[in-house]
Design a protein around this ligand. Structure first.
Ligand SMILES: [Zn+2]
Length: 170
């Protein structure tokens, strides 16, 4: 699971803001006493990162399962949903509920194809791949979701130009 920070469109100013997950999950070490703000969920230890705002509530499923987007259904913990909004542009730091990927900041619709990046670094990774000539046939996990038609020469030029312009502006 990629756990890097998501960039979201700030609901207050429209700028590029960070979305911070309220919990950190690590594999559990057998320990009887957990420090304050640490909880156990199956084989995982859950750390409450913003305990003033989010307290861990055990999902009703003993084997940890994560839901990644609003399309995922069923029991488990929903990532990319509730957390903290951290916007440097309007100086906001507060609770937020997001709808991923709809609230993604780095999101393009070109020729009807949706292109999505988790954050600036991811967008730059995609951009440099689109500009590569010749392009390596094997794609790293971060590049797998680029719609194939956008990789065609005629589209790739347009996509790259649009991405570069937006990355400069933000
Ligand atoms: Zn803002």
């Amino acid at each position: 699971m990629r756990s890097d920070t998501l960039s979201i469109k700030c609901p207050k100013c429209g700028g590029c803001a960070d979305f911070l997950e309220p919990f950190k999950f690590t594999n559990g070490i057998r320990a009887d006493d957990l420090p304050e703000n640490f909880k156990r969920w199956g084989r995982l230890i859950v750390e409450e990162l913003f305990p003033d705002h989010f307290a861990w509530v055990d999902p009703e499923i003993s084997k940890p399962r994560f839901l990644q987007s609003t399309d995922d259904d069923g029991p488990g913990y929903r990532l990319n949903h509730r957390g903290m909004l951290d916007c440097k542009k309007c100086d906001s730091f507060e609770k937020v509920a997001i709808d991923w990927p709809l609230d993604a900041y780095w999101r393009w619709n070109i020729k009807g194809f949706e292109l999505l990046a988790r954050n600036r670094e991811h967008a730059l990774e995609i951009l440099s791949y689109l500009r590569e000539r010749p392009r390596p046939p094997l794609r790293t996990p971060g590049l797998k979701h680029i719609p194939t038609p956008l990789l065609q020469e005629k589209h790739a030029v347009e996509v790259s130009a649009q991405m570069a312009q937006d990355l400069m502006a933000a």
